[in-house]
Write a protein that binds this ligand. Sequence first.
Ligand code: R5P
Length: 294
Amino acid sequence: MNNSPVVFHYPGEDKLQETFANLGDFETGSCTFHEFPDGESYVRIESEVRDRELILFCSLHHPNDKFLAIHFFAKQAKEMGARKITLIAGYLAYMRQDKRFHPGECITSEHFAKLLSGSVDRLITVDPHLHRRKSMDEIYSIPTTLVHAAPNIAEFIKRNIQNPLLIGPDGESEQWVSEVAHLANVPYQVLLKERLGDRDVKVTLPDVENYQDSTPVLVDDIISTGKTMIETILHLKNLLKVKPVCIGVHAVFADKALSDMQNAGAGRIISCNTIPHSTNEIDLAEALLNAYQS
Ligand code: R5P
């Protein structure tokens, strides 16, 4: 009897799931996720899962619908006798609202963590936005394993970018940019960002006079509206000769973020494959496998 874990994916996540599954001893499961015209979710697990460990690949960008699909999958799997369900969510949503910035605001990161902890048995994710929190255990009651994209990003930079100067668009990005710079053995600078509204960000001028011939490489964890990157690109435009390479761990790319960044003067735009996107050039399947096996 085959006892290897059975791997499933939410629609659109087949590529990462397949690369991951080919690296180890896994069976590929079959599940139908469907959305009815009225927006309700339908889930049907077609594989035998009794006494098996299951892995579900479902990155949590656009999390509201996906959360219910994950919840229904997990509950159904348990009713069919599955032993353990691990969610591999390359991108973990609801990590940024980690405090009450204004009276009456819901601290969604805490409540989302409780919901997800009530659905699956284990969570593996990549560089969650742990800004004010030190550990996932502060909000998640299930075991969580974190993958850091920094080694893969550093390797990519070493192999592909000549004379790089790493630039973090804001103070929050320092944790990623400094680690990547250290691993790639290249210099870095961090800018200061002031958020004036959802779609309005102001970035201070960096001290780049000493790096005229460098290739600026902007590194951030999330590219969402692209505004943080765009402000930085616009500031660098008249200061450095080379178009900046933009690297985001998580390619959220809301609305026209990608074309807005290109129009603003971005050079190459690159992301890790935590969210399926045309910019995915940095593969984290092996890092996720190591995390699963840890
Ligand atoms: C902010 O705290 C994050 O680290 C990113 O800088 C931010 O999410 C990027 O968002 P946007 O692309 O909308 O500027």
